[in-house]
Design a protein around this ligand. Sequence first.
Ligand code: ATP
Ligand code: MG
Ligand code: MG
Ligand code: MG
Length: 561
Amino acid sequence: MRQRSLLVPTLRDVPADADIVSHQLMLRAGMIRQIAAGVYSYLPLAKRVLHKVESIVREEMDEAGAQELTMPTMHPAELWQETGRWDKMGGELMRLKDRHQRDFALGPTHEEVITSILRDSINSYKKLPVNLYQIQTKFRDERRPRFGLLRGREFIMKDAYSFHATPESLDEAYKEMYDAYSRIFTRVGLTFRPVIADSGAIGGKDTHEFMALADVGEDTIAYSDESDYAANIEMAAVNVQYEKQNVELVECTKVDTGSAKTIEEVSNALNVAKDQIIKTLLVKIDEDWTLVLLRGDHELNDIKLKHELSVTSIRFAEAHEVEEVLSAPVGNIGPVGVEGLKVIADHAVSAIINGISGANEADQHFTGVNVDRDFKVDQYADLRFIQEGDASPDGKGTIRFAQGIEVGQVFKLGTVYSEAMNATILDENGKTQPLIMGCYGVGVSRTVAAIIEQHHDENGIVWPVSVAPYDLHLLTLNSKNAEQSELSEELYTQLKQAGFDVLYDDRPERAGVKFKDSDLIGLPIRVSVGKRAAEGMVEVKIRKTGEVIEVAVADLIDTIR
Ligand code: ATP
Ligand code: MG
Ligand code: MG
Ligand code: MG
């Protein structure tokens, strides 16, 4: 490709609104342009990288026996109402109406659509298992679209869904997808860790997230170098052994804590040990985090059992900042980071103690709420989150933390969707049973940004060979010089014939500009045709190592192959 006619609008300066390297470099290297918050065009260079990542994903999916299909982007509301997610998805679901005022959503994920297809087309165990995937644009009206392609509102995902007659068959597919994901992320050049993850709101059982390690990652993972243990910290908290103890029941509304604002101060005011006053738990109720105060006689690590627990729940209206929580009426708390939750929880405890928690009726709020009767505890986390330096839950070694970018997730869904949507088959004994399901997502556009987070230097992107937009960059340093431009033209033809994807910088620009752009774009190999063209010599530079060698034209292809 001749760079003269390629749309690569490179920028010299770092765009002001881009905080992280991948976002800055993709803008500067002329790969993406934003048209609305979290909505980007992929310009030709980005498109080529996406294409390479998608090809790797396709190869590995096909190899694992999955079949490609394309489902609609536009989904009728009725489908989402069947599973209750029309309401549950809240603001994240992009909604629209057609000319007849019928409700539709732009697909953020496709469990409902695929389950409706399978419900209509498969009715016997004999046709199972099947695994279907697509690579497609997804829409999520993220609360905070940011970091360029890392968190868009419109982004590319590979989503796969497997269907089974038995749990064992699901286990097999899960393992195959897990292994395929490990190969995909290895092939695209990422350093990553699969971690145990939170099955949270969707329900279901086993799930792993694939985390590309990077400081800008929004997730914290806890892992141990001495073992295979690795978990999203949200999950790691669950694995902490709670101390078995009886928690003294204290009626918050009836104690006079004076001016106490923290648990410490209350414990002093009441003259009781801190941990006897109250245990705070953060539970996820549907999508929302809720602070629960747990009192009474419980073994806290048994909370998942269906014991009747005496708890107090406080739900905050759309509050993200501590200040907002403190002044919030009863409602839901939106998704916030773990650190944010800890801060909010601390402050919320003092808020309750001070009686400004937004209880809707005095003396009603703090008593008589029961788990499973009044709400379901899907997931919980103690305020005692796992810490760096803790012993690993598997007993092997010490916990360390790292930041990760969630580039993929595999999920054993079980029968949540098939039950809600009445998607059944006849099993071997002629009995009706719901389809057993797994789902598997790769953030394709997010993966491209994650690759850049891991592969760059101060001059620009350093593409891994497997996903580089072109194999090599051919530069004519002085296009007005006849010898240089003739030799460049010859090499362009020869290199293409030898099977290389060549980006040929034939622009009438100064050498300095070409070098800068070339480093920014970051192709693995640069071949510069300069002053020694007359002697048949060119310069080869390896982008990754910075190694530079002079090569005779006759040896060029052998050298770079
Ligand atoms: P996150 O926790 O980052 O919000 P998620 O868990 O909501 O992601 P999934 O529903 O598991 O995302 O979707 C599968 C994959 O799609 C994710 O692992 C991620 O790589 C990608 N993805 C999700 N949301 C976005 C987004 N807003 N922009 C880009 N990629 C995304
Ligand atoms: Mg999300
Ligand atoms: Mg996630
Ligand atoms: Mg996920």
